[in-house]
Design a protein. Structure first.
Length: 246
């Protein structure tokens, strides 16, 4: 990708040709997935690959101010403390901080170009309609005879009669799964539920109600977990003191 950008005669940043070809060979569903992941990728690159769900509260205040300014596009000055944090947060590699910032900015700019090109392909009514998903494309081996038979195997009348029951059971088990994840305040809960409900009319109300349950569970965890941890440490220390003379 960098080689294609370096040999380009255009002074402005443009999408590399091999990425354009990949997008043109993608199906509509894959292009929609690219559009839906744009904000997540931009947040990843503008926050220097910081996991905001898990690491945000642990970051120093000046680092959080720096990342917020990068996300909203404001000008910022970098202090020595911020420079040392940027260079140490990438595995201690001997890479100057300005190079690291330039790499992330380049990835963010390319993400916007990819999003624009994918959107332009989707606006074309004759494009990507007959292109299958990559995982549905099979490698045709010369000389291999295709198997003959029904796609889903033999399914009798009983299966069609019990199909609604199976569907209700699957929805019930999925609901129990996500309710359990919400009650333990899993950080990836909203992302998984949003992906599962993509394209359904119940997406927004389900996300709203499930997020309320998730926030309530997280509040309860924040109130109960610290004293329970302190109590467990206190009990373990007393036990060790009692058992030590033996």
């Amino acid at each position: 990708m960098i080689a294609e950008l370096l040999i380009s005669t255009n002074e402005d940043l443009e999408l590399p040709p091999h990425i354009q070809r990949k997008l043109e060979e993608s199906s509509q569903r894959e292009l929609y997935n690219i559009l839906h992941s744009r904000d997540e990728l931009l947040l990843k690159y503008m926050t220097l690959q910081v996991d905001c769900d898990r690491q945000w509260e642990k970051l120093p205040n000046d680092i959080r101010v720096l990342l917020v300014k990068r996300v909203v596009g404001e000008a910022y000055d970098i202090s020595e403390n911020q420079i040392s944090w940027i260079e140490s947060s990438h595995g201690g590699r001997q890479i100057p901080y300005d190079v690291l910032l330039a790499r992330h900015d380049l990835h963010a700019s390319l993400s916007l170009l990819i999003d624009d090109y994918a959107a332009s392909l989707l606006r074309d009514p004759g494009a990507q309609k007959a292109i299958p998903l990559r995982r549905e494309i099979r490698d045709e081996i010369p000389g291999e005879e295709p198997s003959i038979g029904t796609k889903g195997g033999r399914r009798g009348v009983l299966w069609f009669l019990l199909r609604p029951v199976f569907w209700v059971g699957r929805m019930f088990s999925t609901s129990i799964k996500f309710m359990s994840i919400a009650l333990v305040a899993e950080p990836e809960f909203q992302r998984e539920l949003a992906y599962l409900t993509t394209g359904t009319i119940f997406r927004r109300p389900l996300l709203f109600l499930a997020t309320l349950v998730w926030r309530y569970a997280r509040l309860i965890q924040g109130l109960l977990l610290p004293p329970m941890l302190v109590w467990s440490l206190y009990c373990s220390s007393n036990y060790s003191i009692t058992v030590a003379p033996m």
